[in-house]
Design a protein around this ligand. Structure first.
Ligand SMILES: NC(=O)c1ccc[n+]([C@@H]2O[C@H](COP(=O)([O-])OP(=O)(O)OC[C@H]3O[C@@H](n4cnc5c(N)ncnc54)[C@H](OP(=O)(O)O)[C@@H]3O)[C@@H](O)[C@H]2O)c1
Length: 277
């Protein structure tokens, strides 16, 4: 049975992925930052998903987690690491809280690389398939207003992934980036540090209101993650996965527009879309 570690499984894409892959016959290990509720523990254990605590932004936590995973795998090696844990701190850059940005980089970039470094010996140890899937974002290759620092962190994930892919290929390890478009998860409800909408005088007010409205209308239970889940399952069985996959109709449409339109026209379109115009 192939083993997979997914970081950040207590909700959103990580949980959907953990449950889908466990259902498909993989041995799934999942990390959670906060303590799981008894219902979550039951739900995961019923599906054979083994859970371990990890704060990816904390080096000591990463080291403890890595030791615990070594023990749980009992010499078997890890076939696939899915770096899913992430945070988003949308804000106009002019007023972005620098401590929030540091944490965004710590979780999305430093934590991702730090954990990957610690787990590479385990991945090398596996006898079958060896894959690292880094969850980036459409914001990593297409930079939109109010998503400046998040986009910078996800662009860094693209750079790290591209280099890791070449450095690890000779060792038989595939490195793949998945860039999902926007999906209904709680990531948008955890926004902190951003100015609250309602300050009429503020020049970014409409753009900020739009983000807050989006967050308040999210219902994870009605979300359709099927294209995203199918993409990850494809990568796991595909002989030669592509370096990068984009999921979501809107993300694909925006990427095509970015290629087709002159840069200034595309900027205008993104500004209108973000309600800066
Ligand atoms: N939803 C989207 O529209 C979208 C689009 C493109 C890319 N993505 C990416 O997809 C991934 C999953 O996001 P999601 O939408 O499923 O959001 P989510 O529901 O908020 O899930 C994020 C996960 O990361 C965990 N996490 C956050 N900080 C952590 C830390 N310091 N240490 C360990 N785990 C931590 C969260 O744990 P807690 O709940 O304890 O904080 C949670 O389990 C992220 O990398 C995100 O950037 C999402």
């Amino acid at each position: 049975m192939l083993s997979i570690l997914i970081t950040g499984i207590n909700g959103g894409l990580g949980q959907a992925l953990a449950e889908e892959l466990a259902e498909s016959g993989y041995q799934v290990y999942g990390s959670h930052r906060q303590a799981l509720s008894p219902q979550q523990e039951k739900r995961f254990s019923e599906r054979g998903i083994q859970t371990l605590q990890l704060d990816i932004s904390d080096e000591t936590s990463r080291q403890t987690f890595s030791r615990q995973l070594h023990q749980a795998l009992a010499g078997k090696g890890l076939n696939c690491l899915i770096n899913n844990a992430g945070i988003a701190c949308p804000s106009p850059l002019e007023m972005a809280n620098l401590d929030d940005i540091r944490m965004e980089m710590e979780v999305n970039v430093i934590g991702l690389l730090g954990l990957t470094q610690l787990l590479l010996p385990l991945i090398r140890q596996s006898s079958a398939r060896k894959t690292i899937i880094n969850i980036g974002s459409i914001s990593g290759s297409l930079h939109t207003p109010l998503m400046g620092s998040y986009g910078a962190s996800k662009a860094a994930v693209v750079a790290l992934s591209n280099v890791l892919r070449m450095e690890l290929k000779p060792q038989g390890i595939e490195v793949v980036i998945v860039e999902p478009g926007s999906m209904n998860t709680r990531i948008w409800n955890k926004v902190s540090g951003m100015m609250q909408a309602g300050d009429e005088k503020h020049r970014y007010q409409k753009a900020i209101s739009q983000i807050h409205q989006r967050a308040s209308s999210i219902s994870e239970s009605q979300a359709d993650f099927s294209e995203y889940l199918d993409c990850i399952k494809h990568i796991l069985v595909c002989e030669k996965p592509a370096p990068l996959y984009t999921t979501g109709a809107e993300a694909k449409r925006l990427k095509a527009l970015q290629i087709l339109l002159p840069r200034r026209v595309f900027d205008e379109y993104l500004m209108l879309r973000a309600k800066l115009r």
